[in-house]
Each structure stands twice: as C-alpha cells, then as structure tokens.
Design a binder for this molecule. Structure first.
Ligand code: SIN
Length: 180
C-alpha cells in the first residue's frame, strides 16, 4: 500500500510515542490515537542520567531496536501545523539524552493504512546507551535509580500500566514490571 499523508491534512505531523510519551505527553496535540510500527522492538537498553537517573547512577529507559517481524505498540499524537516548531523544540530538549528523530511508517489500531510519523530513537551509538542486560540485572538497576523526573521504577510500572490499558502486550516490559 502506498504511503500517503493524511488526505484531509496533507502536512499532518504525527509523533509516535512508545515509552514515557505514551503516558506523559507534555506538549500540545490535537488528536491521540493508539497505533503500532513494524520492524522495531522496545527494550530497556537506554541509560538515563537526565530523567530517571543521574550521572554515575543511570536509570534504564526504553529505546527501539530493529527486529524483523516485531511490532511495537504505542500512542500517536497529531500536532497542529501552528505548533509544529514549538513541539519539536520541546521534544528535542526532553529527549536530548541520546535520542534522535527517525521517520517511520505508522499504522492505527482502527485503520491499517500507513501514515508518516516521527519517533525518537536512541541508537547504540549514543553515549548514554547501556545495551542488553538480564531482566534480573535490569530490575536491580531500576529499583535503585532515581533522577529529576522521579523514580525509575515509576517509569517502568507506568509504562506497563499504559500498555495494559491499551491491550498491547509486550513481553519485555511486562516481565521487568513483574520483577519490581
Ligand atoms: C518515547 O516515549 O517515545 C521515547 C522514550 C521516552 O521518552 O521514554
């Protein structure tokens, strides 16, 4: 199927959130829809020294890792054209701890047609990246980490709650939440 902009809003900007952006959108949006992107999986492989940890004692937050056949559910927000620059500047600042914007193809739960969206991804090349660890090691780190945005455990549990509320299963998130 051809990738199209929204016919009614040819310049529509959609932001796809898969972590704290699902449950804590701190920007102006005109519409929120549940949706998914394919080829990406959510992992607690990114370190956080500016939100859920501090330098020397980083927390663990999610990033996206490419994986064939994976599907990642999240929340998509449509941004009004007049707010575009402000919202992107706000998000660039909020996600400055290693995340970069990427273009992705977004599908909505209730309409599988593809849409363009922006997503913030922290690749293995950023200095805060921590990479894979066992669930037990992740849980130990998450239990003790805390940063300017609050306790790391809150981030994990709120993400798990938000995904459950959307009926979006995620083995990795739910298994970590169950250990906490
Ligand atoms: C996101 O939520 O889309 C990015 C990661 C985060 O801020 O938790």
């Amino acid at each position: 199927m051809a990738l199209t902009d929204d016919a009614a809003q040819p310049t529509a900007l959609w932001i796809f959130g898969y972590g704290s952006l699902i449950w804590r959108p701190t920007f102006a949006f005109v519409e929120r829809r549940e949706g998914y992107i394919d080829g990406w999986t959510r992992r607690f492989w990114q370190g956080s020294t500016d939100h859920r940890g501090v330098p020397g004692a980083p927390g663990r937050v999610v990033t996206l890792v490419p994986e064939a056949d994976a599907r990642c559910w999240g929340a998509a927000y449509r941004i009004d054209e007049s707010q575009r620059d402000d919202v992107l500047a706000h998000l660039d600042h909020r996600e400055k701890g290693g995340y970069e914007r990427q273009d992705v193809t977004l599908h909505f739960r209730d309409d599988a047609a593809p849409h363009r969206a922006l997503v913030y991804v922290a690749t293995h090349a950023n200095p805060e990246y921590l990479g894979p660890a066992s669930l037990e090691a992740l849980a130990i780190q998450v239990r003790t980490a805390r940063g300017p945005s609050g306790a790391n455990i809150e981030y994990v549990l709120r993400l798990a709650d938000a995904l459950r509320a959307m009926n979006a299963h995620d083995d990795h998130v739910f298994a970590l939440a169950a250990l906490l």
